[in-house]
Design a protein around this ligand. Structure first.
Ligand code: SF4
Ligand code: SF4
Length: 210
């Protein structure tokens, strides 16, 4: 019988003897960001202005494969960062509610539209409904959402880095979110590394994202 090759790796001070073929899985675990908010704040202090300028510049750059690289970086960022150890969006920002969201959530809570509005919302200058206060009233102490199944569409789609057409969301979303969302910060940091540090112009293929 063929003997499996193994290697000893260290994770958080603990030595693990692992078959070489399992290393990829172990690597993902080792690379998880334990303190996403701390990571984001540190990076924003250090490079926030650079990343903002970089994102604005992307709007005028012609880069082949930008969307495909953005989606790969998005997947990797979600592997590294656990939203349940963060919840910074629910703690510091209001979702933008559409009427349909308010109808669905108020019905779920056994309230009328108006009762829900009076208790929790105000209308901003664009006519969107916003929470009166942060953290969100539905955020539980364990960082779970108490109305998860009926939460606003803005919440289920957040941070919008999983959408096609990365450029479309730069001005209104990603530039703001590098200060609030560790996943957005991680994607922009890696994208900056690929485009500016490594000067890669044709982004087709996933090898740049490693
Ligand atoms: S989407 Fe971003 S801000 Fe919200 S919990 Fe996940 S990492 Fe944190
Ligand atoms: S509705 Fe849920 S997901 Fe949306 S901000 Fe509130 S707690 Fe977070």
């Amino acid at each position: 019988m063929e003997k499996k090759k193994s290697i000893t790796i260290k994770s958080k001070g603990v030595s693990i003897n692992t078959p070489v073929k399992d290393l990829k899985i172990k690597k993902i675990i080792v690379e998880r960001i334990a303190d996403p908010i701390g990571y984001m704040k540190k990076n924003f202090r250090k490079s926030g202005k650079t990343y903002t300028t970089f994102l604005k510049g992307l709007l005028n750059r012609k880069l082949r494969g930008l969307d495909s690289v953005a989606l790969t970086l998005n997947k990797k960022a979600f592997e590294k960062i656990d939203c349940l150890s963060c919840a910074n969006c629910c703690k510091t920002m209001s979702p933008t509610y559409k009427k349909a969201d308010v109808r669905r959530i108020s019905k779920h809570l056994g309230m009328t539209f108006q009762q829900y509005y009076d208790k929790y919302l105000y209308k901003d200058e664009s006519g969107d409904y916003m929470n009166k206060s942060v953290p969100c009233q539905f955020l539980r102490p364990d960082n779970m959402c108490s109305i998860y199944e009926v939460r606003p569409r803005d919440c289920s789609g957040f941070p919008h880095t999983q959408n096609r057409d990365f450029k479309l969301y730069i001005s209104g979303t990603h530039i703001q979110n590098i200060e609030y969302c560790p996943i957005t910060m991680n994607i922009v940091e890696k994208m900056h590394d690929i485009v500016i540090q490594k000067k890669i112009r044709n982004l087709n293929g996933k090898k740049h994202c490693d």
